[in-house]
Design a protein around this ligand. Structure first.
Ligand code: ATP
Ligand code: MN
Length: 456
């Protein structure tokens, strides 16, 4: 029988005197004369359930086996807790051990493990305070994302993970093949009869759907073989990509701001205990920042204005700033953390440094691009109004040295019932870093894939 009504989170809400059964994993255990304390957690709440076992109340063998890491079921009565740190506790009458955990070898001991060590035990780190909080927040965030779009009538669309177009230029791609790699390559003999790759984005396909369903979004994994070993890049990460017909850059910007505020407010409302933990242990600015962002207007500057601010800053940049150069992380962080002290939306970048599909401005030099930059993280959203004019798009494809045959269907969209449209991509893990204050993107995804590492 599947049980969904007696999570520890729900047990906390029961009245004193209630007879309950609690199941979970022993986080810590403490013994003193004649009395034993177990902190029990089943993942449903940040707060552990304190179990009190008086000597003789439960079988000796079960008590001996209920050590840190063991999986147990405790039955007993909910009583007021005299100790500090919790208002109720479970006074045990019965104890059953489903699975013991050898204390001599169980790697997740009390505390003080480094994040690096915990990554090596990704199968067990989920039982720790930190990762319990991370993955509860991640779950709430994903729910809020769907809720936001569904409430606004956006249609959820699943774009392919295996793609034939190495088109978008968003990043280096992983090849998908069944070819014998010890033999000379023969694309025609490959599984799909052509070279295929893991998708770097679902945007181009989402555009197909926006031009039939008006407002759509994707939410799925994307892959980039970029060999950038940074704390902000994964080889496999999740992206949310709304795409809206009849929408321009201003509408895109408004949606991005409304969206970020909504999901932040949702997590503030639904994951309070987890966020308080992050605020106490990981980054003591998290709560204040989120509350501030949820309630204040984002800043908007054009790329040209941003470059002027950076040039005038008098800073010694590692990457020199000049009109035409892409903004680097150091510039993005300076703008959000020191100049504006809140999220900043930068728009109208030089065409040269942005993708071919972004709509060309009247000046012929800049495109209707927007990046949303967040303090601590830098770029969190990248988006644009798309080029909906067939001939302008074709010209751009040629000018960028791309093959127009590869974009036949994409150009068709501009030939048959084209419409102004816009969209953006939010990296789920970047958002997670923002919400939790976690410093390394490897620690906000269950099983990180990075250069040289694909454990689990
Ligand atoms: P960056 O300059 O940070 O590498 P990008 O310009 O390559 O980002 P886009 O192609 O615009 O990013 O992708 C949209 C969003 O996906 C980004 O704003 C970011 O939130 C996220 N993102 C991009 N690359 C990665 C990655 N390798 N790992 C995790 N998230 C990523
Ligand atoms: Mn990138």
């Amino acid at each position: 029988m599947i049980r969904t009504d007696d999570y520890i989170r729900q047990i906390f809400l029961k009245p004193l005197g209630a007879q309950v059964e609690a199941r979970g994993w022993v986080k810590t255990r403490r013994d003193s004369k004649g009395i034993h304390f177990i902190q029990l957690n089943d993942g449903s709440s940040f707060q552990d359930l304190q179990v009190v076992i008086e000597s003789g109340a439960v079988p000796e063998a079960a008590l001996a086996a209920a050590t840190t890491g063991a999986c147990v079921c405790v039955s007993g009565e909910l009583i007021a807790s005299p100790g500090s740190g919790q208002s109720v506790e479970l006074k045990a009458r019965g104890l059953e051990v489903y699975g013991p955990a050898d204390p001599a070898t169980y790697p997740l001991q009390k505390k003080g493990h480094t994040m690096e060590f915990l990554r090596e035990i990704a199968h067990l780190r989920v039982r720790s305070n930190t990762f319990g909080a991370v993955f509860r927040v991640r779950n709430a965030l994903c729910f809020a994302i769907h809720k936001f779009f569904q409430e606004r009538g956006f249609v959820y669309v699943n774009t392919p993970l295996i793609t034939g177009s190495d088109a978008e230029g968003a990043g280096a791609m992983f090849r998908v093949t069944t070819l014998d790699l010890t033999k000379p390559a023969n694309d025609a003999a490959d599984f799909f009869g052509r070279p295929t790759f893991l998708a770097v984005s679902g945007q181009l396909e989402a555009e197909i759907f926006a031009l039939a369903f008006t407002n759509v979004y994707t939410f799925g994994p994307t892959f980039r073989a970029e060999n950038s070993n940074t704390p902000r890049h994964l080889a496999e990460f999740w992206m949310i990509e709304p795409e809206m017909a009849f929408c321009d850059l201003d509408g895109n910007r408004q949606l991005a701001e409304e969206f970020l505020k909504y999901i932040i407010a949702w997590v503030l409302d639904h994951c309070r205990a987890d966020l308080e933990f992050f605020n106490k242990r990981i980054d003591n600015t998290v709560l204040a920042t989120l509350e501030h962002v949820a309630s204040s207007a984002f800043e908007h500057v054009t790329y040209t204005e941003a470059v002027r601010v950076l040039e005038k800053s008098g800073r010694n940049w590692e990457f020199p700033v000049h009109w035409g150069a892409d903004l680097q992380s150091e510039h993005e962080r300076f703008l959000t953390e020191e100049v504006f002290k809140k999220p900043v939306i930068v728009t109208d970048y030089p065409a040269e440094i942005k993708a071919f599909y972004m709509r060309l401005n009247e000046d012929g030099k800049t495109v209707r691009a927007m990046d949303v930059l967040a303090p601590r993280i830098g770029e969190i959203i990248g988006g644009s109004q798309r080029e909906e004019r067939h001939d302008v798009l074709l010209e751009k494809i040629r000018a960028k040295g791309l093959h127009e045959t590869d974009y036949k269907w994409y150009l068709d969209l501009r030939k048959y019932g084209s419409a102004p449209h816009a969209g953006f991509g939010l990296g789920l893990e970047r958002m997670m870093m923002y919400l939790t204050g976690m410093k390394n993107i490897r620690d906000v995804i269950p099983f990180p894939r990075t250069p040289g590492s694909a454990e689990f």
